[in-house]
Design a protein around this ligand. Structure first.
Ligand code: AMP
Ligand code: MG
Length: 399
């Protein structure tokens, strides 16, 4: 049995970051990863502009102006945002201007309208402005040629807004991972079907696929297969060419129907490893089939869930180049004791807020799905301890 760290290292060694790129339209870029640098093709703003509503003037013309000593300038025109003023401001002249409009040639400052008499033909000024006061320079935000967004950036709303302001309607990003989820088990029915004797509903399939989507990975191809090694192997053969990773659940333990070992035999591949020293979900089995990583998780819902977080997320992080896909780890104070002694490193379901964390109470079994409701973390309990006492510091992995 290998440690969790060894298992993660073994799996992440098998994958290389996705290199293929695609052009994606601006609206769909959230969470996508840039495959090239983006440089400003022009200054922003592209022209000197007014930051407020007022009058564009020559600062020199307003020297010494005050309420007691107003100055009067001739208004030679008006300019709004989105328009241009064609003339040139000469000494003694002003142009009525609104926020965002280009400052006319000859003017070098804007006096706010509240410091004027709002005049139309002539305007009376009650304050002075220095040259380049209330003056947004061209390129003040960014200059032509500046690399604004670097290759590898995980795009958020601000990045997308910058791309938009550069005039890009789309960008080149890396292809997203393609994943298949296969739930195995003769006992599984899909939700919506009538419940019949001996059956249960398949919850792993939606669980894994929803977790992928919550991490920004596109919806997986999801399939179900009964407990037949040959059939599962056939499904894997069919989908593997289109998948970076195939995640299966069920059939990895030592029972007669634990078919996944047989599946690897049918596929003619050896396991990378079987069994990881963590509870729940220790029987995780992994292999590589024709460049596709197979991660076969326990069928127990919490075993599958915990090992998805612990093992699959680091693989996704390498595949996408997005390290934020790994769980964040913090320490917190356990507010309720977990008295059970265990030989294996254990991950409990918990709820953490600020510096505290509470483990779920009641049913800790890896088959208990309801214990996962409202959990937001995994609490790590080291092996060979008498559980963990209330008040101890524990490592908390954030979901
Ligand atoms: P297995 O890993 O196949 O031995 O399954 C362990 C336990 O998890 C059994 O009680 C299964 O019925 C249950 N189980 C397996 N797969 C699923 C699934 N997709 N959804 C819900 N429970 C499952
Ligand atoms: Mg089974």
């Amino acid at each position: 049995m290998i440690s969790l760290e060894q298992a993660v290292a073994c799996l992440t060694e098998q994958v290389t970051p996705i290199k293929e790129t695609e052009q994606v339209s601006l609206e769909s870029l959230s969470g996508r990863i840039l495959a090239q640098d983006y440089t400003a093709p022009f200054d922003q703003p592209p022209f000197p502009r007014s930051p407020l509503d007022g009058y564009a003037v020559r600062g020199e013309d307003t020297t010494g102006t005050s309420h007691e000593m107003p100055v009067s300038l001739r208004v030679i025109g008006k300019v709004y945002a989105g328009h241009t003023f064609e003339g040139e401001v000469q000494p003694g002249e002003a142009v009525r201007i609104m926020t965002g409009a280009p400052i006319p040639v000859g003017a070098n400052a804007v006096i706010r309208q509240e410091d004027t008499d709002y005049g139309c033909e002539r305007v009376g000024l009650y304050a002075s402005v220095k040259p380049y006061q209330n003056y947004c320079y061209a390129g003040e935000d960014f200059q032509k040629g500046t690399v604004l967004l670097k290759k590898g950036t995980v795009l958020n709303a601000y990045d997308m807004a910058v791309l938009a302001s550069l005039g890009y309607g789309s960008a080149v990003v890396y292809r997203q991972p393609a994943i298949a989820v296969i739930s195995t088990g003769d006992e599984l029915l899909q939700p919506g079907q009538p419940l019949t004797a001996g059956k249960i509903y398949d919850s792993n399939r939606i669980l894994i696929n929803s977790r992928l989507q919550a991490l920004g990975i596109p919806s997986a191809l999801t399939l179900h297969c009964g407990d037949s090694a040959e059939q599962v192997a056939e499904q894997i053969r069919e989908v593997s060419a289109h998948c970076d990773i195939i995640i299966t659940t069920g059939g990895v333990s030592v029972g007669e129907k634990d078919i996944m070992h047989g599946v690897l035999k049918c596929l003619g591949v050896e396991p990378l490893f079987w069994r990881v020293a963590v509870k729940p979900g220790s029987p995780t089995l992994t292999a590589v089939y024709q460049d596709t990583l197979l991660i076969c998780l326990s069928g127990n819902p919490y075993g599958a869930a915990a090992n998805f977080e612990l093992l699959v997320r680091p693989v996704l992080a390498v595949l996408t180049g997005n390290s934020r896909l790994c769980m964040k780890v913090k320490t917190a104070v356990l507010t309720n004791a977990f008295p059970k002694q265990g030989k294996m490193r254990r991950f409990l379901r918990g709820y953490t807020k600020h510096r505290e964390v509470q483990a779920v109470t009641g049913n800790h079994s890896s088959g208990a799905l309801s214990a996962m409701l409202r959990c937001n973390c995994l609490i790590e309990i080291p092996p060979e301890q008498n559980g963990a006492q209330e008040g101890t510091q524990v490592r908390v992995h954030l979901l």
